[in-house]
Design a protein around this ligand. Sequence first.
Ligand SMILES: Nc1ncnc2c1ncn2[C@@H]1O[C@H](COP(=O)(O)OP(=O)(O)OP(=O)(O)O)[C@@H](O)[C@H]1O
Ligand SMILES: [Mg+2]
Length: 601
Amino acid sequence: MSVTGVQGEERNDYSKAESRHIRARSRRLLGSLLRPQQGKLWLTAAAVVVSSAAQVAGPVIIAYGIDQGIPALMEQDWMPAAFAGLAYLLTGLVGAFLISVYIRMSARISQAVLIDLRTRVFLHTQKLSLEFHESYTSGRIISRQTSDLDAIRELMDEGLTMLVRGLMYMVFTAIALLLLDWQSGLVLLVALIPLGILTRWFQVRSQALFRRSRVASAKLIVQFVETMTGIRAVQAFRKERRNEQEFGGLVEDYRDVNAKVLGLFAVFNPGLALIGNAAVAVTIVLGGFRVIDGTLGVGVLLAAVLFTKRFFDPMEDLAMFYNGYQSASSALEKISGVLEEEPSVPDPAKPVDLWNAEGRVRFDGVEFAYTQGRVILPRFDLDVPAGQTIALVGSTGAGKSTLAKLIARFYDPSEGVVSLDGVALSDLHPKDLRRAIVMVTQEAYLFSGSVADNIALGKPDASFDEIVRAAQAVGAHEFIEGLPNGYDTDVNKRGGRVSAGQRQLISFARAFLANPAVLILDEATSSLDIPSERLVQEGLTKLLADRTAVIIAHRLSTVAIADRVLVMEHGRIVEDGAPAELIGGTGRFAALHAAWRDSLV
Ligand SMILES: Nc1ncnc2c1ncn2[C@@H]1O[C@H](COP(=O)(O)OP(=O)(O)OP(=O)(O)O)[C@@H](O)[C@H]1O
Ligand SMILES: [Mg+2]
């Protein structure tokens, strides 16, 4: 599926075909989640059916006890009464036991399904390509893993058994009543008409309101996540006041829609009670006349009244639960959308192994566009021999990072092939690709954990010695020693916080340890001061000696260690040559370099 599918996902205006597709997709997911639980599901269903039947038997036994048991008692025959009492007790016991069985079973099913779903969502979103993550905001992906999964959990934990039990109970009750005394059954059937109208009214109103409520709560989450992830910019630009207003507005919307939902219940619940009471009253009056006539036993009348009254009991729960059901099904629709999203940079069907990469990188007839119709890199060829160090320079937005991302296969080219040692990157085994090609960027992300852990990311089985040597090579050793716990300092704890430049040094050590055949440094030294950068560069000359390297840097000092300079402009490579050759010429790079030298003196 394409990224447009993702973007369209939070809309509400689906065409018929789209809705059908979405429902089918979410049914497929549900099926795949429930299939492993089939055995338990059948057992639970059986327990629900039998326990509902046992519950419904109650009034019938009471009727028997009153109409047969009491007259018999008067004749000194206590058998029928004892039988009724025993039967009542027994059905109660069986019912209680079965309730315990299905609560246990349904909890097990719901936990198993949720673990399965949670893991799937995590592993799948992690696998999806950058293209997906750039268009799917973090607030939305967080909602998938939190509130959406919670909605499904709530439904599975309480709602589902309640729904099935409630419906079963109502159907059994109606049937039992019709069999026991069809006239009272008829009263109940007539009461179904206003009940149907009331329920339909509630369903239509609540559907729209529940949807609005979900949208409002999702907006709250998105606004919160955006504010918190951008908290530095928020505070730097004093955006708090405006956020307060926006957030206040969203909270107000949410309150408003929830108040309306409660308003619906304020009509629905009393309406329900009214219909129930009226049905009971009519049953008593009509039944009373028949008791006087002698055509109806008092016990049967009592049973009929109990049935009629109890029939309405589950309705309130069902209405409450309707919201949960809707949230859960819309959550499942959204999650199934994410799970059906294919990585735009797929793993090869027949991966080619490349145990010892030499590091020759080639672009053959490559053209690249992030979005269709807006070409960023027009068609070009480029051959980087193994071991060459390339400096990639050019103005902001020229396409340097884009070219680098193609080498690291964060994206596939729209046309043409990028290859390593003659193997197209799209055919290369992912493990070999990640081992052979490492890209260090400006962000230098550190994960929570110690400094040593963060460096070891480049080579998970590295010894402590290797980690220290890597840090020494890039000149990070001194500052790390100076941290409160040295290499064991937790980078996310107070006191372990490192500066942007220090972060870059750590990520350098990480790359050094990974020892890739091709190393890409995208502004990787941009936060370093001149002495630190010198230090890194000394390390770099050693580091880059026997591998292919692409260095992107605005500071032209880096260019000194390059074998070859590529100058990019508007996505095209406009100059290509040895540094000395270009500096001596009259091209762009010569001008750039002259300006840079002037700025130094
Ligand atoms: N994820 C993206 N989606 C769409 N367009 C993008 C994306 N990333 C970059 N671009 C566009 O591609 C062009 C080249 O961007 P790129 O990041 O490659 O420039 P750069 O040369 O690295 O610039 P800088 O020196 O500022 O880092 C820019 O016009 C930018 O708008
Ligand atoms: Mg860039």
